[in-house]
Design a protein around this ligand. Structure first.
Ligand SMILES: NC(=O)c1ccc[n+]([C@@H]2O[C@H](COP(=O)([O-])OP(=O)(O)OC[C@H]3O[C@@H](n4cnc5c(N)ncnc54)[C@H](O)[C@@H]3O)[C@@H](O)[C@H]2O)c1
Ligand SMILES: [Fe+2]
Length: 391
């Protein structure tokens, strides 16, 4: 067994300062002080705000005498309105930094509030296209402490955040290097109460980050090394994390795999994310679940360009057959085992969504990282297959 260590507690220094280990939420006040913040805004979502993990984290701040306020008007698939409300709370409360606490939704809104706190342009002027990020005033970005409570997006170690633009109903990735949180507390105990279905969905998001990054055509050996090992961790530990949420080893390795996926996808994403973003924007589907549903269809579509890479992955994962096909078989078996449905139709995406979704997928920045160039026409075909279950 490779995954045997004397302790699952460690401090890591890349891509940022990460305090990893069970129980380390106790260090939240220290982490806040390390960034120089005096009055953080604690950003989370309405589901989490009612849970003891939030009460415990706030108690740590209180005990250390750190003045703070809580903002939790955050939707799954966060909107511009969530960001505007968060900014209003930040400004009226006189805050000087953000604790971004949650799954991808809470963390992304928290990161965006810190990023936008002193910008003068619209958030969508900083979309992750070309060098648009250079339009931002880098000195106007407030410090961020990130605390993930799901193991999937890896947003705690990412330099981007996703928000839906009401003007065209698209999910847009906003990017700035300084949106990377200064300190991360990665405490697997916080993920113990995550229900089995969300554990499965978010875990598949982590897998899709590494898988798409591994298959994307760009030169980034650092990202590739991290992606491979993250996928091995998902293979070992996602099923036990779904089957017994209290398995702290499984929770810890999935939390690590999630951060690794986000580091890896600096290399590029691909058609899974390009297809998934329009579904979430148009039909409100969960991000990781949608990636998981489209995953095998995209892998098959990409076979001509990614066959060798997928075969190498199969060898690393020690899959029977050790071929590209073995990876598809593994994904299908994993999905079945953790309760992911087979088709987009099963999660509420019907044929009538395709006309709008396909051009959105083509224009999604993730499309540029797919190993096979895909047009809106290609995406129409892929959506049809994923809706009908025609693999
Ligand atoms: N910034 C990035 O790099 C990046 C990458 C991928 C996805 N995303 C974005 O992240 C969002 C999805 O994030 P997510 O998949 O983590 O889901 P989420 O943040 O929307 O959370 C899903 C649900 O789980 C609940 N929850 C979270 N932690 C819990 C816990 N420990 N115990 C019990 N319930 C808990 C939440 O209250 C919520 O109801 C999407 O908007 C997606 O676009 C961002
Ligand atoms: Fe994702």
């Amino acid at each position: 067994m490779l995954d045997t260590y004397p302790s699952l507690t460690a401090n890591w220094s890349y891509p940022t300062a990460i305090r990893f280990g069970p129980g380390r939420i106790k260090e939240l006040a220290e982490a806040v002080k390390a960034t120089g913040m005096k009055k953080p805004l604690f950003v989370t979502d309405p589901g989490l705000v009612a849970l003891p993990i939030v009460a415990n984290a706030l108690a740590v701040l209180k005990e250390a005498g750190i003045e703070h306020a809580v903002f939790s008007k955050v939707d799954g698939n966060p909107t511009l309105k969530n960001l505007e409300d968060g900014l209003a709370a930040y400004r009226s409360g006189g805050h000087d930094g953000v604790i971004a606490f949650g799954g991808g939704s809470g963390m992304d809104v928290g990161k965006l509030v810190a990023f936008m706190s002193r910008q003068t342009r619209s958030v969508f002027d900083f979309e992750d296209r070309e060098d648009w990020w250079t339009r931002a005033d880098g000195d106007g970005i407030a410090p961020i402490v990130a605390v993930p409570t799901t193991a999937g997006t890896g947003s705690e170690v990412g330099r981007g955040a996703v928000v839906t633009d009401p003007a065209d109903h698209t999910k847009k990735i906003i990017f700035h290097p300084k949106m990377l949180p200064q300190v991360v507390i990665a405490d697997p105990e916080l993920t113990v109460g995550l229900p089995a279905n969300i554990t499965a969905w978010t875990g598949m998001d982590a897998l899709s980050h590494s898988l798409e990054s591994w298959c994307s055509p760009f030169f980034h050996p650092l990202g590739e090394g991290i992606a491979l090992e993250a996928m091995r961790l998902v293979k070992e530990w996602l099923p036990p994390a779904v089957e017994d949420g209290r398995n702290i080893n499984a929770r810890a390795f999935m939390l690590a795999a999630s951060s690794m996926g986000a580091v890896a996808f600096q290399k590029g994403l691909g058609a899974m994310h390009a297809m998934s973003h329009p579904c979430s924007a148009l039909r409100g589907t969960h991000h990781g679940l949608t990636n998981a549903v489209v995953m095998p269809y995209v892998l098959r579509r990409n076979l001509s360009a990614a066959e060798e890479r997928l075969a190498a992955l199969a060898r690393y994962l020690d899959l029977p057959g050790q071929s590209a096909e073995s990876v598809i078989d593994w994904v299908l078996a994993l999905r079945r085992r953790i309760g992911i449905p087979d088709t987009l139709k099963d999660i509420g995406v019907d044929l009538d969504a395709i006309a709008e979704a396909a051009p959105m997928a083509e224009h999604d920045p993730s499309n540029g990282g797919n190993p096979v160039p895909l047009t809106a026409e290609d995406y129409k075909g892929l959506y049809r297959k994923a809706i009908a279950g025609d693999l």
